[in-house]
Design a protein around this ligand. Structure first.
Ligand SMILES: CC(C)(COP(=O)(O)OP(=O)(O)OC[C@H]1O[C@@H](n2cnc3c(N)ncnc32)[C@H](O)[C@@H]1OP(=O)(O)O)[C@@H](O)C(=O)NCCC(=O)NCCS
Length: 336
């Protein structure tokens, strides 16, 4: 058995052009820019044109990752898409992405873990690199939350946005790559954040539509409390397991659900502002998209140097919780 670390060697993203600002939301529900910004840190989010499938965003993000790396669709072995807003129940978003990209020898699947969709997909993809089974794995986090948000429910519609990010995993060189992960699911949390309609328990019917079961239902306070506690627990136990302290972390790239959750986490870990990536004010919560989109910003803003220790962390519906530690080795281009 071959055991190799997986490194992130390329990245791409896709953001819809249409901006939904807090001012726009003021005309739709009883809310204010001040309330939204003070309670969540969000000023605006991106929204697709109605009828745009998640696979479209996912494929565009993946294509950028391939282009930056200077490789083609046929060089990919596996596609994993973290999403809770697939284009349809089946085929999987991964199949639709394969078809759009034109990958000829790939397999793949979707991974459902809500806001942990990308972090879990990253760990799963890394196992295929570690085992020696594959050399190039596309890991995508993509969601079109606007397709399942009720724009009459002010407590949820202000939070979410649409977007996708993709990374390429390849065998690591030197000490770069995935060091470890710590993931946990706790199903009791299912009652606090869920979309009950459209599955086998409540197949689509006139009554599921009338009862609004095809939208996100959330007890925000419960989710908030769990997110603050669990993010601290998973990140500290992961750091400890690998002999690190928060001081060793170069950058925390955490799920962008609420700026107050990010600030509380930074505070508890004792991390200064410059070690936290925040783009929630521009993009809101894009569910599986937030972490690769935040990583993309960190790369573009020149906030990562070779050898830096990145701490990824997320909490989401399920409940799902996850964290992973990566040693950054830099992106690779066709020449590298
Ligand atoms: C949703 C969230 C922003 C709400 O903020 P909060 O401070 O917990 O607010 P509460 O739910 O306690 O509501 C406080 C009041 O604001 C009101 N309110 C809710 N949304 C509002 C809005 N958009 N505009 C104005 N008022 C609003 C509530 O009706 C409530 O009014 P009341 O006191 O008269 O009943 C916050 O709980 C949160 O971010 N939770 C985590 C959600 C999350 O991360 N979800 C994604 C999964 S990772």
């Amino acid at each position: 058995m071959v055991l190799r670390r997986a490194a992130i060697t390329s990245i791409g993203r896709f953001l819809p052009e249409k901006v939904l600002s807090n001012q726009d939301l003021e005309t739709m529900v009883d809310t204010s820019d001040e309330w939204i910004f003070n309670r969540t840190g969000i000023r605006e989010r991106r929204i697709v044109e109605k009828g745009t499938g998640t696979s479209e965003l996912a494929a565009a993000a993946a294509q950028e990752a391939l282009d930056r790396r200077g490789i083609g669709a046929d060089d990919i072995d596996l596609i994993i898409v973290g999403t809770v807003t697939p284009d349809m129940m089946f085929p999987s978003t991964a199949c639709l992405v394969q078809d759009t990209l034109g990958c000829s020898r790939v397999w793949g699947f979707d991974l459902s873990a809500a806001c942990c969709g990308f972090v879990y997909s990253l760990s799963v993809g890394a196992q295929f690199i570690a085992s020696g089974a594959h050399d190039r794995v596309l890991v995508i986090g993509a969601d079109v939350m606007s397709s399942i948000v009720d724009y009459r429910d002010r407590a949820t519609c202000v939070i979410f946005g649409d977007g996708a990010g993709a990374v390429l995993l390849e065998p690591a060189e030197g000490d770069e790559g995935l060091i470890g992960y710590r993931h946990k699911i706790e199903g009791h949390g299912g009652r606090y954040l869920y979309m009950p309609g459209g599955g086998s328990q409540h197949p689509p019917s006139e009554s599921t539509v009338a009862e609004n079961l095809h939208c996100v239902h959330q007890d925000g306070r419960q989710v908030f409390k769990y997110a603050v506690r669990k993010t601290f627990e998973t990140t500290t136990s992961l750091l400890r397991e690998h002999g690190f302290t928060p001081d060793d972390v170069s950058l925390l790239i955490a799920h962008q659900a609420n700026v107050r959750i990010l600030d509380a986490t930074a505070d508890r870990l004792g991390l200064p502002e410059e070690k936290i990536v925040k783009n929630i004010h521009r993009l809101g919560n894009t569910t599986a998209g937030t972490i690769p989109l935040a990583l993309y910003d960190a790369v573009e803003d020149g906030r990562l140097d070779r050898g830096d220790l990145i701490l990824f962390s997320s909490v989401g519906a399920g409940f799902t919780a996850g964290a992973s530690l990566f040693r950054w080795g830099g992106l690779r281009t066709s020449a590298s």
